[in-house]
Design a binder for this molecule. Structure first.
Ligand SMILES: [Fe+2]
Length: 111
């Protein structure tokens, strides 16, 4: 199965080198009860950011519901962004990112 045949995760991808650079890092910062800041960084500087190879966008979902998307221009922007969301304890926050050469990658955290 190629990287473009599925949403890749830390568990289902055998592409170790690609995994390290593509799994979104998600850090949560509690703002108040029920409100968290979701800080997203793809690759933490390890992924190329060039005109022909870059992270095109990240998408935020809560309990699999689309919440928002940030799009990035090649080379001039780093694939780093944050969202502030209202969530209940136990909610699953997932981030999907798309690399133009290596497809879709997802990471999840539970609040
Ligand atoms: Fe890539």
């Amino acid at each position: 199965m190629s990287l473009f045949d599925q949403i890749n995760t830390a568990d289902n991808s055998n592409e170790a080198a690609a995994k390290e650079k593509h799994i979104p890092t998600i850090k949560l910062e509690k703002i108040s009860d029920g409100k968290v800041k979701v800080k997203i960084n793809v690759g933490e500087g390890k992924h190329p950011n060039e005109i022909d190879h870059w992270i095109q966008w990240v998408e935020l979902r809560v309990n699999n519901l689309f919440i928002g998307r940030a799009e990035f221009s090649a080379a001039i922007m780093d694939p780093i962004t944050e969202f502030t969301v209202n969530v209940k304890a136990g909610s699953v926050i997932s981030v999907i990112e798309r690399c133009n050469k290596h497809g879709l990658w997802e990471a999840q955290v539970t609040v």
